[in-house]
Design a protein around this ligand. Structure first.
Ligand SMILES: Nc1ncnc2c1ncn2[C@@H]1O[C@H](COP(=O)(O)OP(=O)(O)O)[C@@H](O)[C@H]1O
Ligand SMILES: O=P(O)(O)O[C@H]1O[C@H](CO)[C@@H](O[C@H]2O[C@H](CO)[C@@H](O)[C@H](O)[C@H]2O)[C@H](O)[C@H]1O
Length: 442
């Protein structure tokens, strides 16, 4: 018997990846507890979708004897007359998590809080939940650490933990150092890492740069004060370094290009099932994928897997990349597979296209002339930053013809994925990747 309140709570939560799909809660288990006042029950809730897919979601819930006025916004339901709250929103509950890391020992119910050496945690830091868009749930501990609790959980390693660990141990300056993680059996449920105090995210900076450009109708991207190209170039350099470190830390192999082309074509077919508007661009996209089939063997390695400007943070010590979990909709087994580094380059390329079009969508143009002018500036901004990024990513070798074919296919594949993502999560934004696909294959 499962609690009635779970399904509506999960369904309305930002982190729920199954939006738009019918599901029922088919099981739940308390796999651990943290603290005692309140007591946090860490529940794994099994969801079964109408098409038979099954997923497990992690719900840390704090249980109190009485209603807590200050947690009204976080009330999830009531069990046996006791109020149950979303523990991520609950400072006291999160303080207990931090203390558990401080002890570095196993906590009741099989949860293990594992610490890496090298950082003295501030155990008194105040917890505050991250308020932005995300697929998991993060809590900041003062200016010291960030705890990310994974929502969709699967057995085995979580690539966010293992990739951060490898990069931290390799001394990378382009990630927030990993401080520890939470395990339950063979699952990794959360990750504690360095709080990047001086960070501002690349997406926000890119939007500001575009707004600057749109405000100066007669100027080109390189002429306005908020030009982003030198940052785009730094991002390219940083990504090249991260890819090099990942090649050294994880196994590398080769993938037959024909297999990659087929996988991309299948992803397109599946996406058309959800976003029928993609069908009119299908022939063009298939031709782009087919061109990859002749490329022989593609070198593959551990990559980020879902890179975009929102996963980049500019700090006084340079650019950092976050969230190495891969695309949230992909099964873990696929997210762990080595892939071509061009997937990450393609993700950034798409993001350089998204930023100007997202700004344009949020600023209705007064007339057709302004709209036309903005479309030209948007294309200019995207091209300028894409070029700066690519030039420094590729370095002296530049981009060869085979690389270009592969990159183009990854860019189209990413734009197709984005159509699916937007249709399910932000239908108002669907036109951004859809028009992107049209431009790419048109
Ligand atoms: N170490 C960090 N320090 C400061 N802010 C961070 C850190 N890691 C992530 N963030 C912020 O939190 C946001 C969400 O983190 P992310 O890892 O992308 O979560 P999710 O996997 O849920 O999408 C990021 O976009 C970034 O703005
Ligand atoms: O950050 P997540 O791992 O949750 O990634 C998912 O959500 C992203 C949006 O938050 C989505 O990114 C898309 O929108 C971005 C602007 O919000 C844009 O910069 C990206 O280029 C675009 O792909 C991402 O695809 C999705 O997996």
């Amino acid at each position: 018997m499962t609690d009635q309140f779970l399904a509506p709570f999960i369904g309305r939560s930002r982190w729920f990846g199954g939006k738009g799909r019918d599901f029922t809660v088919t099981g739940e288990e308390v796999v651990g507890t943290v603290g005692d006042a309140p007591r946090v029950e860490v529940r794994l809730v099994e969801l079964t979708y109408a098409d038979g897919d099954v997923e497990l979601y992690q719900l840390p819930l704090s249980v109190y004897d009485d209603l807590q006025d200050h947690l009204e916004h976080a009330l999830v339901g009531e069990r046996d007359g006791r109020p149950v709250y979303d523990a991520v929103q609950d400072r006291q509950a999160m303080a207990a998590y931090l203390r558990a890391f401080g002890d570095g020992t196993a906590v009741e119910g099989g949860l293990r809080f594992v610490r890496l050496e090298g950082h003295e945690l501030d155990l008194e830091a105040t917890a505050s939940p991250f308020g932005g868009e995300q697929s998991n749930s993060s809590v900041f501990f003062g200016e010291d650490a960030v705890l990310k609790l994974f929502r969709k959980v699967t057995p085995g390693e979580n690539p966010d933990v293992t990739t951060h660990r490898a990069l931290t141990e390799a001394g990378s300056t382009h990630v927030a150092a990993l401080y520890g993680w939470i395990e339950q059996g063979d699952r990794q449920l959360g990750m504690l890492q360095q709080f990047l105090r001086t960070a501002s995210d690349g997406w926000g900076q890119a939007l500001a740069s575009v707004r600057d450009l749109f405000a100066e109708a007669d100027l080109h991207a390189e002429e306005v004060g908020g030009d982003f190209a030198s940052e785009a170039a730094r991002l390219g350099e940083a990504l090249a370094e991260v890819h090099r470190q990942l090649r050294e830390s994880f196994p590398t192999s080769a993938l037959p290009a024909s297999v990659l082309a087929e996988v991309m074509a299948q992803r397109l077919d599946a996406a058309i099932g959800v976003v029928p508007q993609l069908a009119e661009h299908a022939d063009g996209a298939r031709a782009v994928f087919a061109a990859v089939a002749g490329l022989g063997e593609i070198p593959v390695q551990r990559v980020h897997g879902d890179l975009h400007l929102g996963q980049t943070l500019r700090t006084v010590a340079g650019w950092k990349f976050v969230d190495f979990e891969g695309e949230p909709a992909k099964p873990l087994s696929e997210r762990l597979l080595p892939d071509s580094p061009w997937r990450d380059v393609a993700g950034m390329t798409r993001s350089f296209d998204y930023a100007p079009h997202a700004v344009a969508a949020s600023m209705p143009a007064e007339d057709a002339d302004v709209e036309h002018q903005r479309a030209i500036r948007a294309a200019e901004w995207a091209k300028r930053n894409r070029r700066a990024f690519l030039a420094s990513y590729c370095g002296e070798g530049g981009l060869g013809p085979a690389d270009r074919t592969l990159l183009t296919a990854y860019v189209v594949d990413k734009a197709v994925y984005e159509c699916l993502y937007e249709a399910r999560n932000r239908p108002n934004w669907l036109s951004i990747p859809l028009e992107g696909v049209a431009r790419l294959v048109g």
